[in-house]
Ligand binder design. Structure first.
Ligand SMILES: *[C@@H]1O[C@H](CO)[C@@H](O)[C@H](O)[C@H]1NC(C)=O
Length: 150
């Protein structure tokens, strides 16, 4: 039921924003960071029109921007910063029960970023994961304590 409700809400939001807000953005970061539409930015020196427009508009109006408009890809950077192999921590070795450990991703808001995470519980180790988005981090406690072997 919850899922159906969320889908309805999403559709409603999209309808409300059918009239795109792209053209109202005055800064490049606001423009390309807008998450309800795909906006592109014109940084041409000579430009009298609005600098932010929808991609659709830019494609239909070739004379809107005198230079190439800025349209960054959905995912412009995907780095595996740390991916140590699993380690159950015998003889004082560092326990590794989750891979990869650190990813650095640069993407447009709402971009779908597929990647695999693997979890292999070490005995008697609580498991926490921290999700960071920009400067915000959430500390999630997935399992109080895992004694299960797998
Ligand atoms: C991390 O390393 C494992 C092997 O230890 C590999 O299977 C996995 O694909 C790697 N993950 C990423 C995101 O590169």
């Amino acid at each position: 039921m919850k899922v159906v409700f969320l889908i309805c809400l999403y559709l409603k939001l999209n309808l409300v924003y059918c009239e795109s807000n792209c053209k109202n953005f005055k800064t490049c970061s606001g423009c390309i960071g807008y998450n309800l539409d795909k906006c592109v930015w014109c940084s041409a020196k000579e430009h009298d029109d609005r600098r932010c427009q929808t991609l659709e508009y830019a494609e239909k109006n070739n004379d809107w921007c005198k230079e190439n408009y800025y349209n960054p890809p959905e995912i412009s950077n995907f780095n595996v910063v740390q991916n140590d192999t699993f380690n159950v921590g015998l003889n004082g070795a560092k326990v590794v029960q989750f891979t990869p450990q650190i990813l650095q991703i640069k993407a447009r808001p709402n971009a779908l970023i597929p990647f695999k995470m693997n979890y292999k519980p070490a005995k008697d180790y609580p498991f926490r994961y921290i999700l960071c988005h920009g400067l915000l981090c959430h500390n999630e406690e997935a399992y109080e304590n895992t004694n299960s072997a797998s």
